[in-house]
Ligand binder design. Structure first.
Ligand SMILES: [Zn+2]
Ligand SMILES: [Zn+2]
Length: 326
């Protein structure tokens, strides 16, 4: 295994969990299902739980964007949404042997949902730690310093105990970090947002959140097309249904069908859809899944009517805590 990707936060726009009353109904449904499947004995509960998909039990998660990528030699993090707090907890328990870092945090952009967890990344406060930040945006240092400032956060940047180093990346130019090659490409978002293609050991991950996917054809994508080519796993923004996407033009988020079209054309082998709407309950994400399946099947029917074959692509909607090995 040369590339392991863990999704510590997959929610978009705002950390958001269903209110307790929704969980009450959800748990009632799980219990009813237990009995309707013919189970009767408490000793069967573990088997019942193990056979259910994680989101059907626990939902898709509350935390916003944070993705950890590990190669055989190194580790990097994309974005510091609220999901970075749980990653920080794991780092501080020392199970990875990397509690002093260096840590490498690549920023797509600086909307709240992508920076809100940064003050809770504990290595910032540990003497001897190194935290490196990377972004295409030239104002990177100013923006990160602004997060650690009163009255938004009580510990000013100057009081951080770690050594914090900033690296401004050149657009579309490959950057080497240990055994990783990371290349930033522009996404379609109201404030400039840069996706990353992360490559190592012959495997490639494309991080495409947040994006509206307004440029779809190869011609429109132009110099950003390589983000979608020779990719093993694409992480794509699917906050909306297709009708919502039409209503929310220029909001900077997309729909699964848009990502699926790109993946089928470029031969991407696997897609995970994310940036789930803060208001989306489990049932709503499952409805997005149903609509995506319907669309995929319509593409299959169209292809077979034209004596064509669709390339094999597997897809799903990401949940918090999901880990993928490529
Ligand atoms: Zn976002
Ligand atoms: Zn954004």
């Amino acid at each position: 295994m040369s590339l392991t990707i863990k999704f510590w936060g997959v929610r978009g726009s705002l950390p958001s969990a269903p209110p307790p009353i929704d969980w009450t109904y959800h748990i009632e449904g799980i219990l009813r299902n237990f009995f309707s499947m013919g189970y009767r004995d408490p000793s069967q509960v573990s088997k019942y739980i193990q056979n259910m998909e994680v989101p059907l039990l626990g939902g898709y998660g509350a935390a916003t964007t944070c993705v950890e990528i590990q190669s055989q030699k190194s580790q990097l993090i994309i974005d510091g949404g609220s999901g970075i707090r749980n990653l920080s907890e794991r780092i501080m328990t020392g199970t990875t042997g990397r509690s002093k870092g260096p840590f490498h945090i690549f920023m797509t952009h600086f909307h709240w949902d992508h920076v809100i967890g940064l003050p809770f990344f504990t290595p910032h406060f540990i003497p001897g730690c190194e935290v490196h930040y990377y972004a295409v945006q030239p104002e990177l240092e100013k923006l990160i310093r602004g997060i650690f400032s009163r009255p938004y956060f009580p510990v000013p940047f100057e009081a951080l105990k770690a050594k914090v180093i900033f690296h401004v990346l050149e657009p579309r130019k490959a950057y080497k970090l240990d055994d990783f090659t990371i290349t930033p490409y522009k996404l379609d978002h109201p404030d400039p947002c840069w996706g990353f293609k992360v490559e190592t050991g012959g495997k490639a991950y494309a991080h495409c959140v947040d994006t509206e996917g307004t440029r779809i054809t190869r011609e429109e994508l132009g110099e950003d097309l390589p983000l979608y080519q020779n990719v093993d796993l694409m992480y794509f923004d699917a906050q909306y249904t297709l009708p919502e996407l039409a209503e929310k033009a220029n909001w900077g988020h997309s729909a699964a069908q848009v990502g699926l079209d790109i993946a089928l054309r470029e031969g991407i082998r696997k897609i995970l859809f994310a940036h789930h709407d803060p208001g989306a309950r489990v049932e709503q994400v499952l409805e997005l899944k149903r609509q995506t399946r319907e669309y995929y099947e319509s593409r299959e029917r169209f292809a077979s009517q034209n004596n064509d074959n669709l390339p094999a692509v597997s897809w799903d909607f990401a949940h918090e805590g999901l880990e993928i090995k490529l």
